[in-house]
Design a protein around this ligand. Structure first.
Ligand code: PLP
Length: 352
């Protein structure tokens, strides 16, 4: 069976040896040695000035909204994972959807200003599939209208844009270390922010504690555990290997699959996070999924449905989003795929 991705697992012994360091201290969470070590290594690996490891990639989005004291409307794409929109609604704000660019698939920055109202407090955009948004234009719009910018950078581990980590753009960036993501800790995630915002974000992720008996602010529990950090420390040394293997898969697809692929923004050092393709129409997409499933191949419809159709959001006029989400498919992409697997996948798709 071939799934849309395969979780990279190091040798179990390596994981256990790292975990032993937490075990011998009898200290399994509350910012133990492994979490702190993982944060230091990630700062170094990613080239970012700060990072807060968290227990998943959704809480950092919610904490960012809370800590920036956002209210009212937040401009966001409807083409993303549900967590981008659900976090806005969960924090009591209203998502206002803006359409996406038909090739980059990120929010269409030329449509943002028209969506701004007196109630708008921020832009929360996704760097979809590791492809950066037009960050410079978004920053200029945000400055002009006094808005905060949060990037859902769940897909962006290790990617850079204009020679800087993608995580260094915006007021806050969030990442996911879920088992299906490029770098993972089983469940996990992180928040990276402008230095002046660090304190507010940090205290929010640990109940607001600034001492055993003192609280600086409202908070929640988003702490990463030592078990999660051990997985991260075990996986991190393999990132170069994982990327090399994934790049080979992407090269194969680019050469062999006759479908529109993601256009990567110029200036991006991409991370091969996903391989989405656009079919001619939804009927062809569905027929091809059936054929792939018959061969025990399970791609995923990232991202479908459009997030304006969730029932708790407002249906919006988003022609590109609705079109793209109806006929996009993410093909299997993982370190373990070999040429015979890729041949089978490509043959079925090209026969559609
Ligand atoms: C995976 C993902 C998230 C949520 O991350 P979790 O770690 O699963 O909570 C948020 N946004 C996007 C775009 C994602 O793909």
């Amino acid at each position: 069976m071939i799934n849309v991705t395969k979780t990279f697992l190091p040798d179990q012994r390596e994981f256990q040896d790292i975990l032993e360091r937490a075990w011998s201290r009898g200290w399994m969470t509350n910012r133990g040695v492994l979490v702190k070590e993982l944060e230091e290594k990630l700062k170094d690996h990613l080239g970012v000035p700060n990072i807060i490891a968290m227990t998943n990639g959704t809480l950092p989005i919610q904490i960012a909204i809370k800590a920036l004291k956002l209210r009212g409307e937040i401009i966001t794409p409807a083409f993303s994972y549900v967590a981008t929109t659900s976090s806005i609604v969960w924090e009591g704000c209203t998502p206002v959807f803006v359409d996406i660019h038909p090739e980059y698939l990120t929010i269409d920055e030329s449509l943002i200003e028209a969506a701004i109202s007196p109630r708008t407090s921020a832009i929360l955009a996704t760097h979809v599939f590791g492809n950066p948004c037009e960050v410079d234009k978004i920053e200029a719009i945000a400055k002009k209208h006094n808005l905060k910018v949060i990037y859902d950078a769940a897909h962006c581990f290790g990617a850079s844009y204009k020679d800087k980590s993608i995580f260094s753009y915006g007021d806050v960036s969030t990442c996911s270390f879920h088992a299906t993501k490029l770098f993972h800790t089983g469940e996990g995630g992180a928040l990276i922010c402008k230095p002046e915002l660090f304190d507010a974000m940090y205290f929010h992720h640990n109940f607001g504690h600034d001492g055993p008996e003192t609280f600086r602010s409202l908070g929640i529990n988003a702490k990463m555990s030592e078990m999660q950090a051990a997985m991260g420390l075990a996986v991190l040394p393999y990132m170069a290997h994982i990327l090399e293997r994934r790049e080979a898969v992407v090269s194969y697809y680019r050469e062999h699959i006759s479908l529109q692929a993601l256009k990567i923004r110029e200036g991006t050092a991409w991370n091969f996070a996903y391989y989405p393709v656009l079919f001619e129409d939804e009927k062809t997409l569905l027929r091809t999924i059936t054929a792939l499933n018959k061969a025990e191949i399970f791609p995923r419809r990232y991202f479908y449905p459009s997030l304006d159709t969730l029932g708790y959001t407002t249906a919006s006029e988003l022609p590109v989003t609705h079109d793209v989400s109806s006929r996009i498919l993410c093909l299997p992409l993982a370190h373990n795929l070999e040429v015979p697997d890729l041949e089978r996948i490509s043959k079925i798709i090209n026969k559609r």
